[in-house]
Design a protein around this ligand. Structure first.
Ligand code: DX5
Ligand code: ZN
Length: 220
């Protein structure tokens, strides 16, 4: 049995029925719930904060994967840890002290991730990979759902997979942006094991049909 995880992004869900949407997508087979936090400062869009995470916590029996697109990072990272997040990831450019922010998340007993934009190199990992539980490669520029996959992300996924192998540790390699049924296999072949998908799932009436089709591709 493979260890692939599918993490639907509720950015593309119906915000007026968010609890129900979370329950429905979990019933459809979601492994994680991906929670995109945008602050209209680090990225040009605005979503939801720790209170919404806390409210959804009781509707989710799977891990909540918080993707912080905010600057500064530390106060909100801590607030999300306390609001029931299981994993908290941030962009290294947005933190004044990346090592400190990672330590802060770990000290809260949560898994910590670093997120790399399409034009951001993986260099910082050489200093902090021992504190990282998850590497998230952006395959779109952050801020909006429904964008097209940027192909150069594949090379970066391959690089990140090599770095993970060198550590010998169990670090998740997640990809976010433009993931669809017809490209998920190629992204897995590059080395990813965890897949965020927003519009591909929530813009279809049958979430289970999409998730099943993604799993079928991954099983090929
Ligand atoms: C973009 C977000 C993504 C986004 C993915 O800033 O981080 O999680 O919701 O959406 P799709 O799958 O529609 O590209
Ligand atoms: Zn995201």
């Amino acid at each position: 049995m493979s260890d692939f995880r599918i993490a639907p992004s509720i950015l593309s869900a119906d915000f007026a029925r968010l609890g129900e949407e979370v329950r429905n997508v979990i019933d459809a087979g979601a492994d994680w719930i991906h929670f995109d936090v945008m602050d209209n400062h680090y990225v040009p869009n605005l979503t939801f904060g720790p209170m919404v995470c806390q409210a959804l916590r009781k509707h989710s029996r799977v891990p909540i994967d918080v993707h912080l697109m905010v600057q500064p990072v530390d106060a909100l990272a801590q607030a999300f840890c306390q609001a029931g997040a299981d994993l908290v990831s941030f962009h290294p450019e947005a933190s004044a002290h990346v090592d400190r922010t990672l330590q802060l998340i770990k000290a809260e007993g949560k898994q910590a991730g670093l997120v790399f934009n399409p034009a951001t190199p993986l260099d910082v990992l050489q200093y902090v990979i021992d504190k990282v539980d998850l590497i998230l490669i952006m395959s779109v520029n952050p801020g909006f759902g429904g964008q097209s996959f940027i192909p150069s992300a594949l090379r970066k996924i391959e690089q990140a997979r090599k770095l993970i192998e060198q550590t010998g540790r169990d670090i998740r390699l997640e990809v976010d942006g433009g993931i669809k049924v017809d490209n998920i296999r190629r992204v897995a072949d590059a080395g990813a094991d965890t897949f965020v998908a927003g519009s591909a799932i929530f813009n279809q009436p049958e979430y289970k049909a999409v998730i099943d089709a993604m799993r079928a591709e991954l099983a090929r």
